[in-house]
Design a protein around this ligand. Sequence first.
Ligand SMILES: O=C(O)CCC(=O)C(=O)O
Length: 260
Amino acid sequence: MTMINTVSFDSSSLLTEDAFRTFERHSVVFANDLFEESLCHQALDYFLLNEQSIIHNYSHDYTKLVLDNNDECSTPSIKYFECPLQTNRWLFGRFLTSTVFDVAKFLLGGDPICLFSVEIHSRGPNGSPIPLHQDNAYYGLEQAKGITFYIALNNQSSDNGGLRYISTRRGVHYDHIASSEKAFSLTTSTPIRGTELFTDYKPGFCSIHSGSSAHYASSVPSTASRSIALRLSLYSLHDKIRPDHKQWYDEMVRRNRLAP
Ligand SMILES: O=C(O)CCC(=O)C(=O)O
């Protein structure tokens, strides 16, 4: 599968006008060497080795852990986990480098930055699709100044249910409605047309997208292998959450994640 080279940057070129303009234009850039492959292997091994104990420890808390659609005979597996830092800060803290904050600050126009979340996302064979959405529909930030680092911990193919982006100018937002997909309760109310941007991820490859970025993933074929990613999100300290958003968001999570 083709990498769209015009949106792909190495760490020495992420802090350039070219990267900034690309991010403004498409709401996403791909970065191929921000994180060491060996660190991603370590994080992957740790996650797989400890997955069942994480499930055991967090299964009472639907706000922090979402399981995949497993059939009754198979071992349960995680779809989203919101506390990797709490389970191993020595390992997952190593992804929170000063470079991440510098890049986030630069791409968001120079605002001071704070960390918002560190999560593990995983999708396995027969995994459900991720409906087309923009993250700011979830974040509810007035200026949409949130930024996400989606870091592949293993190989992920855009053909096999991997993440795909539709080029969207930063600041352009679409209305969202509830979706029935597990743990993702929102999708755009109309389709978005535009250039599709995607890559085949290797461990350490990452996509960096803004709150305006429109992205989705198709359902995962039964023959595909499981994909696992670490997802960091950061906000501008100058932005703020719209009044009432938190109450609405908490209600959406409750409805969506408590559903059997
Ligand atoms: O792969 C996933 O689980 C969803 C990723 C996503 O939509 C995001 O990082 O914003």
